[in-house]
Design a binder for this molecule. Structure first.
Ligand code: C2E
Ligand code: CA
Ligand code: CA
Length: 454
């Protein structure tokens, strides 16, 4: 007879099943892994063994990302298929390394004896890679992913404490967008978030993955023009075509932000945008390239290495690169985000506050961000010149931006009248369909060649 451990085990038992006594070691028929209580007994045994041998025991807590949305979209049969598929992939990734436990619903625990931080990290990377392979449910290809929390046993650890630390680290991994691992003790964000994706969003997420793999992402460039006609910078705007069908950025960027995929898309656009700056320079144009960056990217530990890597690969001076900080970022400036922005600025990269004047990006952000540029949101410009109040605000804010040493840009200039109004207000440069729509790099170079300024 096997005793299911008594509380505090209950503290991490989310299935609603009270601790019970079970008679035989049970294997979950769906996953083939040890069931929760037997699993905890295994943790107790392995931890005792680890302590006897003075070796570490690694606990990896896995939680399937967006499982509820799969259940809502495809029913429980779809959810069961996803769990069975993920269980198979876990087995594939960690076979022979340790014991796997199905904690119930969409949560798994893997216990790896004699594994310290680096072995556990290696296992987590392998798991993430194995699990994210596409799978079909009904007619939709989905990319399953998991959030992984890692805890390494301490001297005199107890199984509950070890698993709870792994669970908390997993929650942090989820909070950062999922499809990643976090090691206990290195959590960035407290609390739990719900990552809610509707069925259409799951399809967009899958399209984004295939666009990344099949080279269906593009950057288009839109010039930002000074009153004398010189091009002050070009803004890189991402385009995604899934099997030839364009998905607008307003649809795919929010999904990429929700799922954490924006980190990979963002690394891709840093590489492409810096390369474009290098090619423009080869053509004799020392034009800055402005690359949009989301908050999730700036929370990622890989952000600064990706930025530096892109600058080195493209061999461009950092002064030719600018990061446009979208509203979601300016809305919530965590210490990590601020530190990353400061480091980027210290390296010489410019920082632009985008969509200035909207509900999210306002005067407060001027104080917290070492910005070099202020971009007025289109909402202010589209009502010019008729709206005298908007004109007064643009004038006053332009003055303020200037006094703070920033370049002030008006976005969304569509008409000659709007251009004149912006120039009267004193903005340093304008961007919008009046000058040019976003275009491919080749078209941009042709467009630049058609102008008299370098
Ligand atoms: P944004 O950063 O504010 O970019 C400007 C948007 O305004 C672009 O839309 C551009 O095509 C559009 N636009 C420019 N001039 C005019 C004009 O005169 N009139 C009108 N009506 N629109 C104009 P787009 O390319 O659809 O991008 C939408 C948003 O998606 C961007 O807004 C940005 O927030 C986001 N985005 C685009 N590319 C990226 C990217 O690489 N990374 C991230 N994180 N976000 C991106
Ligand atoms: Ca922008
Ligand atoms: Ca903008």
């Amino acid at each position: 007879m096997t005793d299911c451990p008594k509380p505090p085990w209950k503290a991490i038992d989310r299935s609603g099943c009270a601790p019970i006594e079970i008679r035989t070691a049970a294997v979950d028929p769906g996953s083939g892994f040890l069931k929760r209580c037997d699993g905890l007994n295994a943790a107790t045994r392995l931890l005792a063994e680890a302590s006897r041998l003075s070796t570490p025991l690694a606990a990896l807590w896995l939680d399937v990302d967006r499982f509820r949305q799969v259940n809502d979209s495809f029913g429980h049969a779809g959810g069961d298929r996803l769990i069975a598929c993920i269980a198979g992939r876990i087995r594939q990734a960690v076979s022979g390394l340790g014991e796997c436990l199905h904690m119930g619903s969409d949560e798994f625990v893997i216990l790896i004896p004699d594994a310290g931080g680096s072995s556990a990290e290696q296992a987590a990377r392998k798991l993430l890679l194995e699990i994210e392979q596409p799978m079909a449910i009904d007619d939709i290809m989905i990319r399953p992913s998991v959030s992984i929390g890692i805890a390494i046993s301490l001297a005199d650890d107890d199984p509950i404490g070890l698993l709870e630390r792994a669970d908390r680290a997993m929650i942090d991994a989820k909070r950062q967008g999922g499809n990643r691992f976090v090691i206990s003790g290195y959590e960035a964000l407290p609390g739990r978030i719900g990552v809610a994706l509707a069925r259409e969003e799951l399809a967009i997420e899958s399209a984004l993955y295939s666009a990344l793999e099949n080279g269906e992402l593009r950057l288009n460039y839109q010039p930002i023009v000074r009153p004398d006609g010189r091009v002050e910078a070009v803004e890189a705007l991402m385009r995604c075509a899934a099997q030839g069908v364009q998905i607008p950025p307003d649809k795919f960027i929010p999904v990429a932000e929700k799922t954490g995929l924006i980190v990979r898309l963002g690394e891709w656009s840093l590489l492409q945008g810096t390369r474009c700056a290098a090619r423009l320079r080869e053509q004799g144009y020392t034009t800055k390239v402005a690359i949009n960056v989301s908050r999730v990217q700036l929370l990622s530990p890989g952000f600064l290495p990706a930025l530096h890597g892109a600058l080195i690969c493209a061999n461009v001076p950092p002064e030719l690169i600018e990061l446009e900080l979208t509203e979601s970022l300016v809305m919530d400036l965590s210490p990590t985000v601020q530190a990353n922005l400061r480091s980027a600025r210290q390296a010489g990269v410019g920082l632009a506050i985008d969509d200035f004047g909207t509900g999210y990006s306002s005067l407060a952000s001027l104080k917290d961000i070492p910005a070099t540029k202020l971009k007025f949101d289109r909402a202010f410009i589209s009502v010019l010149p008729a709206d005298r109040q908007a004109l007064a605000i643009v004038k006053a804010m332009t003055q303020l931006g200037r006094e703070l040493g920033m370049i002030v840009v008006a976005e969304g200039v569509e008409t000659h009248e709007q251009l004149i109004a912006c120039e009267v207000a004193g903005t340093d440069a304008t961007q919008g369909f009046f000058h040019a729509r976003p275009m491919s790099e080749d078209d941009l170079i042709l467009w630049m060649k058609g102008r008299s300024f370098k």
